[in-house]
Design a protein. Structure first.
Length: 210
């Protein structure tokens, strides 16, 4: 007979390797964010964490419980991520995490679906015995905008999007359409030098003496 033993949460945490704990932290952060479990989300971050997204750049309070103009909380928001690539050096780790976010938006009064493809970069530290996120940065890779009901006209004027960057064109359009603004200098794969600098800085942080 095979006996299955279920560990309590504290015991399970104690049995986690660093790799497992880091992976669990990053997965938890995404699930808590998309399901609006703000108290749990805040626990994923160090108190002095820095979070950089398309709509804000600041500390935990500027991110947790907050949302961009086009993402009304009553609309659905689905997030699906790939496997985490973890680079660890002692009590620090740099994590690359591919992410696809699908959200319902209004475009010129019409129901639409915005899909954003991003790469999330996390710097995490083990403080005491607990891994915490100390910085998170999003890199825009591509996006798509479709009507919620196929065949519906979104009434988009091509002139309104011709100067928007291809790595987050429709994210920018929906943000502006919702009455807000968005920087055209966000991190995106269409500006590889900016992306490479982020990786260079992360490598220095990961390997510096502390």
């Amino acid at each position: 007979m095979t006996m299955i033993i279920f560990c309590g949460m504290s015991e399970a945490k104690n049995k986690m390797t660093d790799y497992e704990a880091i992976n669990n932290l990053i997965v938890s952060e995404r699930l808590y964010r998309v399901s609006h479990r703000d108290e749990k989300l805040a626990e994923c971050y160090a108190e002095d964490a820095k979070i950089h997204t398309s709509w804000q750049s600041g500390g935990v309070k500027s991110f947790v419980g907050q949302h961009p103009a086009e993402a009304a909380t009553e609309n659905f928001n689905v997030n699906r991520c790939g496997g985490a690539l973890i680079h660890q050096n002692k009590n620090r780790a740099f994590v690359e995490y591919p992410s696809t976010t699908i959200r319902s938006v209004k475009v010129n009064g019409v129901d639409a679906v915005l899909t954003s493809y991003m790469r999330l970069l996390y710097c995490v530290e083990k403080r005491g015995d607990v891994w915490k996120i100390v910085e998170m940065t999003s890199i825009n890779e591509a996006d798509e905008l479709q009507p919620a009901i196929p065949g519906t006209d979104l009434k988009i004027n091509p002139d309104d999007v011709k100067n928007l960057r291809i790595s987050y064109r429709w994210l920018a359009y929906t943000r502006i359409n919702a009455g807000d603004s968005i920087s055209q200098d966000l991190l995106g794969v269409d500006r590889p030098d900016d992306v490479n600098k982020i990786y260079t800085d992360a490598d220095k942080w990961l390997n510096e003496r502390i």
